[in-house]
Design a protein around this ligand. Structure first.
Ligand SMILES: [Zn+2]
Length: 375
């Protein structure tokens, strides 16, 4: 009976054995698509299963490499097995990390074949997934309470990610969250993840997507002024906690010439001749640009919300513009700004500052996402 359950669980992508202390929820991470070859090995050996019917196809000895190839109809491994099926599972003996293409990963792997190629999916317990992704999002030198707040943000992202991809929950790149397996783990990060195991953020009983960015520069922004959507917990809050001397781009300055702006617009397919002026026409109550007009000799172009930042490739949406002519007579625009990132949700440097002042991760999250509950 136990064998049957185990096999059923493999088919449905759930690992039967639970690693000690881990959150019971699972994440499926798409590691590679369109693959035609993968190499696996395990410190204690590997079991390769036919994930459709549950048959053991091959047992690899400790350290033995298993090279798997796909063809239009199945999988093969140089005489070790030949399986005319659509899905394989690669399970590590005694749950040791599995080496995939020479890098170690926790959990187990499934290869989903589609025609002659396959998708490599890593199934992993939530906490083990967070051990890896958290270090990519926040430096492990950040104080523990800030890391715990970031762990909840990363966990809620994964829990709310269903539907971003077909065949798995999240990819391993910046499109979702960067995931690099065991090599990106560190002790401080693991301590933070373990401390909030089993907890997540909710608003009015529902799991919620928590956004974050590096530095606000003094206040966060209402989501409606950035992405145009409306959310009761993604509102502007004062942010007095960021350490101005440490936070990335707490203030920043840049100069763009008329020609550079013209070229940035051309990259986006916008042609309004030589640029003669750039004006912030409207600001949000927090101080960010809400409407920006760029005027040229052959027309003008107006953008709103986040495009005020992205159209010129700026660090944040919070800035002023002052035109002047340089010594050579070139029209230039001095742009002075505050903050780094989109400004919606939690400021990571604000979380740093709050943690340094003795606030807990719950205090931090409730400050940046008013009205949410952690449980
Ligand atoms: Zn993705």
């Amino acid at each position: 009976m136990k064998k049957i359950l185990f096999v059923l669980c493999l088919v449905f992508g759930i690992m039967f054995a639970v690693e000690a202390g881990a959150d019971s929820s699972m994440v499926s991470v798409g590691m590679e698509s369109g693959a035609s070859y993968a190499r696996f090995s395990g410190e204690n050996g590997l079991d390769i299963y036919d994930a459709v019917y549950g048959n053991l196809l091959y047992h690899a000895a400790p350290g033995e490499n298993v090279d798997i190839y796909s063809y239009d109809g199945g999988f093969t491994s140089e005489g070790k097995f030949d399986a005319p099926i659509s899905m394989l599972s690669v399970i590590s003996v005694e749950l040791a990390p599995i080496s995939w293409n020479s890098e170690p990963y926790r959990g187990y792997f499934r290869l989903d074949r589609d025609g002659g190629t396959f998708t490599v999916v890593n199934f992993i317990h939530m906490d083990n997934y967070l051990y890896s992704v958290l270090g990519e999002e926040m430096g492990d030198y950040f104080p523990l309470e800030a890391l715990k707040a970031q762990a909840i943000c990363a966990k809620n992202f994964a829990l709310c990610a269903h539907g971003r991809h077909s065949g798995y929950d999240v990819c391993a790149t910046t499109h979702c969250q960067v995931y690099g397996g065991v090599n990106s783990e560190s002790p401080n990060i693991k301590a933070a993840v373990d401390a909030v195991s089993g907890q997540a953020a909710h608003y009015a009983g529902d799991l919620v997507q928590l956004y974050f960015f590096a530095t606000s520069g003094g206040a966060t922004e209402d989501v409606s002024n950035v992405w145009g959507s409306v959310s009761p917990y993604l509102v502007s809050v004062p942010d007095p906690y960021e350490p101005a001397d440490r936070a990335s781009r707490y203030t920043w300055s840049t100069v763009l010439t008329s020609w550079e702006i013209q070229s940035k617009l051309a990259d986006k397919g916008i042609y309004i001749g030589e640029i003669t002026n750039v004006t912030v026409d409207e600001v949000t109550p927090a101080g960010r640009a809400l409407t920006l007009t760029i005027t040229g000799t052959e027309g003008s172009h107006t953008v709103r919300r986040e495009s005020c930042r992205t159209i010129l490739g700026l660090s944040s949406q919070w800035f002023t513009v002052n035109p002047y002519y340089d010594e050579a007579g070139t029209l230039c625009f001095a742009i002075d700004g505050r903050g780094y990132g989109h400004g919606v949700g939690m400021s990571q440097w604000g979380a740093y500052g709050m943690a340094m002042q003795g606030f807990s991760y719950v205090d931090i999250l409730v400050h940046y996402f008013p009205g949410i509950s952690i449980y």
